[in-house]
Each structure stands twice: as structure tokens, then as C-alpha cells.
Design a protein around this ligand. Structure first.
Ligand SMILES: Cc1ncc(COP(=O)(O)O)c(C=O)c1O
Length: 361
């Protein structure tokens, strides 16, 4: 039996055990071919089957309508910070960004290299503890899109509902991918790195509305063009074969577990258990985030002081409750509880939190 820690890492992170075990079994001799899948041509029958299955399964599981294409790219979500404005902006148009925290700031900084960008709502004044509601987002003329980071991994906030604006949305969903349904009518493009809810690092999954591809910028290096990746079915260059293979396994697991609605329900229950533990601690634990915008994936919290936080992390690790330290830029604690995180691990953390506050309160 493999030892499994309670791994609360923000990504790469916990993946479904059965997917890891299946990959382990198949790794050296894939389907009796005498080769590992990662030793084969990406254009051979074995990998083509893997890629086609991953593509159709992700449309099925994420309930993606036919007018969207899915692209399997590399470069992580961060490459999308550049590809989105490079492809979508023209000299006549500008783009709006919601500045919701660390990751949005990165998207804004990169987009500024390529066009006319403005901040349509700035969370700086509330110290990034909430998302805006639609009325607070101010859009200018000739806005091609509004970019949102649907879940801020470091700040622990998410959009409780999708903004209702007159321009297409672009969503960085990296840290809550395939954990809640999307209102596809509102989006032109959604992207995210795989290394949280979907599989290993190395794969970035992009959903793009097909009708916008005719009008994307063609004066770019080929790898940077969405239309080229789409016309080559994500085989323009050698794709990240191992990551796509694992993604396919995670998708099968998601479907077996009940699909998107089950992921959404589990995330609500797991996060409610931790927020409940925080709220019922008599102020011992504090979550700085506006209640309505609390992330269902990244639960951030503080203890009464730095020394107690250090002690908390040390004792947690002794119980195999791992990777609870908050991001280095903000400190505190953070429990990332992505799709594959078992409820029992969240219960173990909740029990420990209760026990620790009772002993050190
Ligand atoms: C919301 C968000 N956007 C972007 C990124 C960067 O993703 P990548 O490392 O895949 O480039 C991350 C990474 O954690 C993230 O959480």
C-alpha cells in the first residue's frame, strides 16, 4: 500500500490515487507495445487515441458547447497572459482587466506589453479580499474583452457568479478548473494550467470560441497563434504527451465520480467544513476574505500570531498534514483542497485545527 500524505499543496497537488496507480502499472510497457507511452511518436496510434479521448472527455465533463474548441498547449497559464492580448487585441481596441490580486496583476503586467489595457475594477483598496459585482466594473468604449481571474489562488477569493457585462469574458480558471459550471455564452476564451485540478504540470488547457479565430492576429510567431493550434488539433508541435495522458485519466475519474456537479458539490462541502472550523473558533483562526467571495479551492487563514503559525505548521506536518504554509508573498496558512482532495483529509485537518486551538488558545 502506498503511503499518502494529506497534501494541501497549491499546485502541483493531490491527484486521484487510482490515476497514479493506473499510470504506474502501464508506465513501462504501454498496452503490450514494449514501449512506454512517453517513448512513442505523438502521431502514432496509441497517443492519438489518448489525445482524442482526452479532448472528447474534457468537452463532455466540462459541458462545453460545440461552438468551442479545446487546445492543449504548453507554457502554462502564464503564456496565456501574453497570448490572449497578442491574438485578440487590434490597434483599434482595448482590453479591460479586473485586478483581483497576485495572478490578475501578472496578467495585467504582461498584457500591457501588447496593447491598450486598463483596470476596470481594482481590488487594491480592499486589500484583495473580495471580487467586484457587475455594477462596480467600469468598461470603456471599444473594449474587446474583460479578463477575470475566476479564482485567486493566493488570496483565496473567487467570483461567486459570473459578471454580467456587454463584452466577452476571458477567464483564467487555473485554480478552479472543472470544479463548477461555466456560463459559456459569456466567455470567448477560458484557460488554465493543468497542475491543480486536471493533472501534472506541462499542459495548459484553452477553450476558445471558434468564431473568433478568423479575426485573431496572424502576424505572430506560429506557436503563439490560436488559429494554428486549432487547425492542427493541438498537434502543431510535439504536445506534452505525459500530461495529456494523465489528464485523460483524471477526466475519466471525474466522470466516474459524478462529473462537474459532483465536483462542485464536493468542493462546497469540503470548503464549508474548513470555513466552519474557522468561524467557530471564537476568533482564533481568521479568514481575511469576504464571506461571499470565499474560494472553494484555496482556504486561507491566519492564527493569532507568527509564532503560533509556525508551531501550527510544524505540528500539522508531524501528522502528515502537508503544505499548509500560505504563499510567500502573503504569509499565513492556506489549505488547497482541489477536486482530488479526499473529504477524509479535510476532516483530518479540521480535527487538528480544533485540537490545536483548544491546546494553544
Ligand atoms: C490563477 C493562476 N493563474 C496563473 C497561474 C500560473 O500558472 P502556470 O504556472 O501554469 O503558468 C497560477 C499558478 O498557480 C494561478 O494559480
Amino acid at each position: 500500500m502506498n503511503k499518502r500524505a494529506h497534501n494541501f499543496s497549491a499546485g502541483p497537488c493531490t491527484l486521484p490515487l487510482e490515476c497514479l496507480e493506473e499510470a504506474q502499472q502501464e508506465f513501462v510497457n504501454y498496452r503490450n507495445s514494449g514501449m512506454s507511452l512517453i517513448e512513442m511518436s505523438h502521431r502514432g496510434k496509441h497517443f492519438m487515441e489518448v489525445a482524442e479521448q482526452a479532448e472528447s472527455l474534457c468537452k463532455e465533463v466540462f459541458e462545453v458547447p460545440d461552438d468551442f474548441s479545446v487546445l492543449f498547449l504548453q507554457g502554462g497559464a502564464i503564456l496565456q497572459f501574453s497570448m490572449v492580448p497578442m491574438n485578440l487585441l487590434t490597434p483599434e481596441t482595448r482590453a479591460a482587466y479586473v485586478n483581483s490580486g497576485s495572478w490578475a496583476r501578472g496578467a495585467i503586467a504582461d498584457a500591457r506589453q501588447y496593447g491598450d489595457i486598463y483596470v476596470a475594477w481594482d481590488g487594491e483598496s480592499c486589500n484583495f479580499t473580495r471580487m467586484p459585482n457587475t455594477k462596480e466594473i467600469s468598461l470603456q468604449d471599444n473594449t474587446r474583452y474583460l479578463h477575470i481571474t475566476t479564482n485567486e489562488t493566493i488570496g483565496g477569493i473567487r467570483f461567486p457568479s459570473w459578471p454580467d457585462v456587454d463584452v466577452p469574458l476571458i477567464g483564467d480558471m487555473s485554480s478552479e478548473y472543472m470544479s463548477r459550471p461555466v456560463d459559456w455564452n459569456k466567455f470567448d476564451l477560458i484557460y488554465g494550467g493543468a497542475q491543480k485540478n486536471l493533472g501534472p504540470a506541462g499542459l495548459c488547457v484553452v477553450f476558445v470560441r471558434k468564431s473568433i479565430l478568423e479575426n485573431t492576429n496572424k502576424n505572430l510567431g506560429r506557436y503563439l497563434r490560436y488559429d494554428i493550434h486549432e487547425s492542427k488539433s493541438s498537434m502543431f508541435n510535439t504536445p506534452p504527451v505525459f500530461a495529456i495522458y494523465m489528464f485523460g485519466k483524471v477526466l475519466k475519474w471525474m466522470r466516474k465520480e459524478g462529473g462537474l456537479s459532483a465536483m462542485q458539490k464536493n468542493a462546497a462541502e469540503k470548503s464549508a467544513l474548513l470555513y466552519g472550523t474557522i468561524d467557530q473558533s471564537g476568533g482564533y483562526y481568521r479568514c481575511p476574505v469576504d464571506v461571499a467571495c470565499r474560494s472553494h479551492m484555496n482556504v486561507v487563514f491566519r492564527l493569532p500570531n507568527d509564532d503560533l503559525e509556525q508551531q501550527f505548521l510544524k505540528e500539522a506536518a508531524e501528522l502528515d498534514l502537508m503544505n499548509l504554509k500560505g504563499h510567500r508573498s502573503v504569509g499565513g496558512c492556506r489549505a488547497s483542497i482541489y477536486n482530488a482532495m479526499p473529504f477524509s483529509s479535510v476532516e483530518a485537518l479540521s480535527t487538528f485545527m480544533h485540537d490545536f486551538s483548544t491546546r494553544n488558545g
